[in-house]
Design a protein around this ligand. Structure first.
Ligand code: MIC
Ligand code: SF4
Length: 638
């Protein structure tokens, strides 16, 4: 991995450890971001650390996930976030200002800096050459408190781009191609570093589409070099002074390389219910479609919306289709309202939604029963839209809009504008009307807590042995959306006892009651358990229900970290076949006095013993013993 861009940024930020694959390293964090759905927890935890002011170069709190304000809960959270931001020196991006990742890219992301964000799509900022990692809220809280961030040194996978995208083929098709090859766990333990002659044909927002959805491969992050294109982008946002050139050495050595010739790509589509289930649009062309949504942190940039407008000009949305468009930021919205593109969209029959996550997180615009929804988003997990039997397909803006016009899935080649014809403003009129900068001294700011903000559950030290019933046994690729549904439950994000009523609701509606009756228990799962979002509620709520351990074939990165952070023992079957031997209802026991020794899980129902491992580092073991990261950090500072 010599001479790579990732190594260079990691090296410049290294605080502890050796940069060898799988070694534990700690890096300094320059920037943090949170969003409202994970932010309330992150700031409650930050408050618990007792630090007077954030110690990062820049921290931003975005309100973008739940902006509906249907009753007091949601606006109370917003008010809490606003007061916490003012108190501790954090910039607040109010509801309506845009989707965190798009706004961060436009306003704050910087090449060569490090960023952790309590959202799995934080790597969007990799499009500008920032090393940006999605983590749980507690890890953001700790970074805001000035702690370094610990991670396993990833492998660096080089993705060499050559050629140039053909008309009708988009950056989204590049990342869908990556997913077609790597699927939803091929990126685990890796940084995807883009390089090669094809890079210069992609604008920063296009690169950000690619790094954004790299999250779906399970990768630690994805990154592009910072070049003249990056400089142009920063200039257009009035930030040219923040540009630095950053690229891998000519003779950089990657742990692995994959090659993608952009000229050979064609429009692709991810089919239900996984972003890794990719095929060509051609193959499914003609499929009847019920709704189309353009937006999300993957595809809501100025260029994305101008592409949509150019395709809609003089046309109409098919009468059987609803087309919803969410601009990624207020800056984008203002720009398209001034240049006439917004009027074009309205004339064609599009619905314009707020600059927010919206339908992507199940906040409105749910498809009808058994509906087919074409979305420019990054996730199509079952039930995520709010309609369990809907079928969600993920495509480029080009494919989505072509389909909205014809009423059926349509290959956009020949339909879409030549992307070179889309004029990008030399200087955007950056709109800061919904951004609040903190006062110099916020120490007297009162923090306002609404009645929906419940305290965190207590975290107790690990006992000598753990015993419990297998409350649920699930398959491979269980997402955090399965564990902790979002959508209409978002107002409960700061109320763990209430939110915990919905753990695993989609798979087993009795899970909560069962867990309460039995005083907790154990979860058994397959490969890539906990893929998807960074929501630490997928650990916190099970913790509240008394879940002691999760035993699986393999974990997704962020969820594993969240389990450790909240003192749930993460165990991996040494022999994956043992998964078959355990059944829901079995009683399991494990002696955990020595977590460095060989560990065996006893099945009290059958008398069998399964070797298990945990893969935790020495520090993680200490965290686990203390009952979680908050008690651990508190004991260290005491
Ligand atoms: C998502 O896309 O799943 C979310 C909602 O943005 C999550 C964060 C959350 O659950 O609040 C993510 O990606 O981390
Ligand atoms: Fe928001 Fe969807 Fe992006 Fe998550 S993936 S940050 S819900 S737009």
């Amino acid at each position: 991995m010599k001479g790579t861009l990732s190594l260079r940024i990691l090296g410049e930020h290294l605080v502890k450890g050796e940069m060898k694959p799988s070694e534990d390293i700690s890096i300094k964090i320059d920037q943090t971001l949170t969003q409202d759905a994970t932010g309330t927890m992150a700031y409650l935890q930050f408050e618990a650390l007792g630090i007077p002011k954030v110690r990062t170069e820049l921290s931003v709190s975005y309100i973008d996930h739940n902006t509906l304000q249907q009753d007091f809960k949601n606006p109370d959270d917003h008010r809490y976030l606003q007061s916490v931001a003012a108190r501790y020196g954090i910039i607040l991006s109010k509801a309506g200002n845009g989707i965190c990742h798009q706004v961060h890219l436009e306003r704050f992301a910087r090449p060569g800096r490090t960023l952790v964000g309590s959202d799995s799509h934080t790597p969007t900022a990799g499009g500008i050459g920032e090393l940006a990692i999605g983590v749980g809220g507690l890890d953001v809280a700790l970074a805001m408190a000035g702690n370094s961030f610990r991670l396993k040194m990833p492998e660096i996978l080089g993705i060499r781009l050559s050629g140039k995208l053909q008309r009708g083929v988009a950056a989204k098709d590049v990342i869908l191609e990556v997913l077609r090859r790597m699927d939803v766990k091929g990126g685990v333990g890796k940084i995807l570093e883009y390089h090669g002659p094809g890079v210069e044909s992609l604008s920063v927002p296009e690169r950000a589409t690619i790094t954004n959805m790299g999250a779906e491969t399970g990768a630690t992050t994805s990154i592009f070099p910072s070049d003249e294109i990056t400089r142009d982008f920063l200039r257009s946002m009035g930030r040219e002074g923040q540009w630095v050139e950053l690229k891998a050495d000519e003779d950089a050595e990657y742990d692995e390389i994959i090659e993608i010739n952009l000229s050979e790509l064609e429009p692709l589509i991810a089919q239900p219910h996984s972003p890794g289930n990719v095929t060509t649009v051609k193959l499914l062309e003609g499929m009847k479609v019920h709704q189309v949504a353009v937006g999300s942190c993957t595809n809501s940039s100025f260029k994305d919306l101008m592409t949509a407008a150019a395709m809609l000009k003089g046309k109409s949305v098919h009468p059987d289709i609803y087309l919803a468009i969410s601009p990624g930021s207020r800056t984008v919205l203002e720009e398209i309202s001034r240049n006439g593109a917004l009027a074009t969209m309205l004339e064609a029959g599009a619905r314009i939604l707020e600059s927010a996550c919206g339908p992507c997180i199940g906040q409105g615009f749910a498809p009808p029963s058994k509906g087919i929804s074409i979305r420019t988003f990054n996730r199509n997990f079952e039930g995520r839209s709010g309609t369990k039997d809907a079928k969600l397909y993920l495509t480029s803006v080009e494919t989505a809009v072509a389909s909205a016009i014809t009423g059926k899935l349509t290959d956009p080649r020949g339909f879409s504008p030549d992307s070179a014809e889309i004029e990008i403003p030399e200087l955007f009129r950056v709109d800061d009307s919904l951004v609040i900068y903190p006062p110099k001294d916020g120490s007297s700011v009162e923090i306002i807590r609404g009645p929906n903000i419940a305290p965190l559950p207590p975290l107790m030290p690990l006992p000598d042995s753990l015993e419990g019933e297998v409350l649920i046994k699930v398959e491979d690729n269980i997402t955090t959306d399965h564990i902790m549904p979002a959508g209409r439950y978002l107002p409960l994000r700061s109320n763990i006892p209430e939110y915990a009523k919905h753990v695993f609701e989609q798979i087993d509606p009795d899970f909560h009651d069962k867990a309460m009756e039995r005083g907790g228990g154990i979860i058994v799962g397959g490969e890539n358990y906990g893929q998807g979002s960074s929501r630490e509620h997928a650990a916190l709520c099970p913790k509240y229900l008394g879940i002691k351990a999760v035993v699986v074939k393999s974990f997704a990165r962020i969820h594993l970290a969240n389990l450790i952070n909240f003192g749930i023992l993460p165990l991996i079957f040494v022999n994956p076949e043992d998964y078959e031997r355990v059944n829901a209802g079995d009683r399991l026991r494990i002696d955990v006095r020595d977590l460095n020794a060989a560990l065996y899980l006893e099945n009290l129902a059958t008398g069998e013993r399964y070797p298990v491992q945990h893969g935790m580092s020495r520090d993680d073991i200490e965290v686990m013993k203390a009952g979680g990261k908050l008690p651990y950090v508190r004991s260290k500072t005491a």
